[in-house]
Design a protein around this ligand. Structure first.
Ligand SMILES: *Cc1c(COP(=O)(O)O)cnc(C)c1O
Length: 453
């Protein structure tokens, strides 16, 4: 099966032409199926003799792929969609073909160099210094965990053993992403919650009063304060300047989770919301969300990567050869070892289209979001929860029960019209549109709103 012969060549062309078609064509929204439905449609796929590539590809194209919701459909506005560029998506195929090991400089220097160029650009737009650096990890969840592990290492390291058996704590807001409390569970540390303001923002004032209310012992346990640069539910940016000052006053690590909103760093109309991120010790942004890269791609940046390296480097006899020189080994900067060069599709796309085009595309999605907010406020049956800050709009359908929201969401998905899911805001079920696809048009918004009768 490792031979390259005429038969394998035919299959290669089939797979490649499918990939080209998939990336170019207007795909329907599609929807999930049950395991029973899929089992019936596919039959046994893993067999001693193999079913052959032609058959496997046909099953994927005709049965399995249509059972996956098309994330880059212009009317996929649930959760946080993803809309890779053509260059990014296709280059991912090339990255897989080369199967570069991008955990170490020794094995993957060219790939690591290119990934670092893309990381450098992100560090620059955030105002991080020239000594900043980081790594691409699988997603925001992995990025937040890795940053927090570095933060805790730093806290313990500077205490010269005093905190070695002390349980650490993170300060975060109620608007923080679920991956922050999940990281705390994985690390067995506490989260001290800060209440948000009426818009859902974590402010410096609220953070300081939460800290002031702590005992001296609890204050000493805090190893990181986490702010969010674009909350996932409603897309507001925390008071990064104010929260960052609290972290400096407490002499603790400041982490900014900009997994969703980080694209706003390159958009002139919203860049000011992120002021203060330049003082963070670490931040993350998911190019697979709003920076037009395919899954899975999260950029994790540290102001001082040496700390992350001390926290994350794995030591083993068989790895000794990696640590002879002062080379940049991506595996040293997060909780992982083997890794694909998942930053390369993003790098390739940035290199191809240029950063101006990235800026323009993010602004296009912001414009569409503002247009959606206008359409909603002019609609007799709809009410905006608040003006959007980034590219998320939340609104209520006046008079609807919770069941009506869910029934509507199921219906528009089943009809292939749109994927929009309800959410909860201040204990009220509402609808939420998240727009990260520059191909989503005002017409698409009108189609969705038109079904809310
Ligand atoms: C999406 C998101 C995450 C989690 O990212 P994954 O890539 O899904 O792991 C974390 N934080 C914020 C603010 C997010 O929007």
């Amino acid at each position: 099966m490792h031979r390259f012969d005429r038969k394998s060549k035919r299959l290669s062309w089939k797979i490649l032409s499918y990939a080209l078609q998939r990336i170019r064509r207007d795909y329907p929204l599609d929807r999930g199926r049950t395991p029973d439905e899929l089992r019936q449609a596919t039959g046994a796929t893993i067999t001693p003799a193999g079913i052959g590539g032609k058959k496997a590809l046909q099953l994927w194209r005709d049965v399995l792929a249509p059972a996956c919701i098309t994330v880059d459909h212009p009317r996929f506005m649930a959760y946080v969609p993803s809309a890779p560029t053509e260059a990014a998506g296709l280059f991912d195929v090339a990255v897989s073909a080369a199967n570069v090991y991008a955990g170490s400089w020794q094995e993957g220097s060219g790939a690591v160099f290119a990934e670092n160029e893309a990381l450098r650009w992100l560090a620059d737009v955030a105002g991080f210094s020239i000594t900043a650096g980081g790594v691409f990890v699988s997603g925001g969840t992995a990025g937040n965990l890795s940053a927090l592990i570095a933060a805790r290492w730093n806290w313990r390291h500077h205490a010269n053993g005093v905190f070695d058996n002390v349980r650490g704590a993170i300060v975060a807001s109620r608007g923080a992403h679920s991956s922050i409390s999940q990281s705390a569970r994985a690390m067995d540390v506490d989260v001290m919650w800060v209440d948000t303001d009426t818009r859902g923002r974590m402010t410096g004032v609220a953070t300081q009063s939460a800290i002031d209310a702590m005992s001296e012992h609890d204050k000493s346990r805090v190893f990181a304060i986490v702010a969010t640069g674009g909350t996932t539910n409603i897309g507001v940016v925390d008071d990064l300047t104010g929260v960052g000052e609290c972290a400096r006053n407490l002499n603790t690590w400041f982490h900014v989770d900009a997994a969703y909103g980080g694209a706003g760093l390159i958009a002139p109309t919203v860049r000011h919301l992120f002021n203060g991120i330049e003082h963070a010790d670490s931040f993350i942004v998911d190019p697979h969300k709003w920076l037009f890269a395919p899954f899975d791609c999260c950029a994790l940046l540290y102001a001082n990567p040496q700390i992350a390296r001390a926290a994350h480097t794995q030591h083993a006899e068989y790895l000794d050869a990696l640590h002879q020189d002062d080379e940049w080994n991506p595996s040293d900067y997060a909780h992982h070892l083997s890794r694909r060069a998942r930053g390369l599709p993003f790098w390739f796309s940035l290199a191809t289209y240029g950063t101006n085009e990235y800026q323009r595309s993010v602004e296009v999605t912001l414009d569409i979001t503002r247009a959606a907010a206008r359409q909603i406020s002019e609609h007799p049956d709809l009410e905006l929860a608040m003006d959007p800050e980034l590219s998320i709009v939340m609104f209520r359908r006046v008079g609807w029960s919770v069941d009506q929201y869910y029934a509507w969401s199921d219906k528009v998905l089943n009809d292939g019209v749109a994927f929009v899911t309800p959410t909860t805001w201040h204990n009220e079920v509402m609808l939420r549109l998240c727009i990260v696809n520059p191909l989503t048009s005002a017409q698409d918004i009108a189609i969705v709103l038109g079904t809310l009768k």
